[in-house]
Design a protein around this ligand. Sequence first.
Ligand code: ASP
Ligand code: MG
Length: 407
Amino acid sequence: MLIVQKYGGTSVADVERMKNVAKRAVATRKKGDSVVVVVSAMAGETDRLIALAAEITDNPDSREMDMIMSSGERVSSALTALAIRDFGEKSLSFTGRQVGIETDASHTKARIKKITAERLKKALKAGYIPVVAGFQGIGPKDEVTTLGRGGSDTSAVAIAAAIGADRCEIYTDVDGVYTTDPNVVPGARKLDKISYDEMLEMASLGAKVLQTRSVEFAKKYNVPVLVRSSFNNNPGTLVTKEDKNMEKVSVAGIAYDKNQAKITVVNVPDKPGIAAELFRGLAKANINVDMIVQNISSDGKRADISFTIPKTDSQKTMKVTRKIAKKLDAEKVDLLDNISKVSIIGVGMRSHSGVASKMFDTFAAHGINIMMISTSEIKVSCVVDAMYTELAVRVLHDAFELETEAK
Ligand code: ASP
Ligand code: MG
């Protein structure tokens, strides 16, 4: 078998742990499999590098940020390669560029376009365990790019797709994907299996175990992804194609996201083109809008438009929105940033009815007010006061009986 093993920051946090990683990769190789290792930077390193830049300027150039941030993975990949050699196997470390990870030009959030992987294939053929620096690629003008925070997951899955690996193993500091954050619900249950679509929702709705883009790649190229701990030999969670059994449970997991803010444009004229102009302006400013709700006033002439964005973007978004609101003749723009989004996810929702109403009933029974609602085929999200986040997650976990083994 051909296996890609990706090790996150905590798994390569110090040289002892790197030796552990090396041991695991070597053991896999000794079993007769070919293995490519992809590593993150040592835990905390990317944050440290970002903080250094912040000491110099509030507004660092994104090209230079990519040069800085990509260095973390360069260090951990070469150290890991040394550790593998020390165990007697052949190993070579590679930067993203050296294995042909071609991205678009958008610094600090580049998207992978293509992976040539020539040197990788050559190294594998010659019996090496290649160790690739995650999180980075090379843009169209030969500039170093990075793939967004948590991007090593995407490097690993994309490489697995490019070389036709049988599986991509993601090693982290938890045993797999849980029904919800075990820090919030100690009785959260580890899932043996989860579908790509559910994982995609979980990841984009706040579960931090995999970068969303990596799940998109896995789904698109049908790469089975095994999420497991590098600190034990527990079996982990397989992220894979949907099967019949997954539809049997209505809710597979609960996610929450506290990085949320709500902006309301108050009292805008209710006529064609208003929403278009507002969201065109926000898109131009590269602001990622999530939920949108429009309330129409009783006389039908004016409306309020509310939308949610990542809290970290709220200042920038307020600035842009105020400018547009003025043009649109709105009364004012309000910001509410002590909110969070709590979501239930499950492919079983397609065939079970009453899932959303059970969520609302549960919130009502606990006095949790719902500010916004959005749904898709396999998820229901509610915006609630941030103060209620943990309570909301706990009572939903109970209501949907996620602690008990799925039947
Ligand atoms: N080192 C990068 C980060 O901290 C990428 C990663 O760990 O996946 O975001
Ligand atoms: Mg990560």
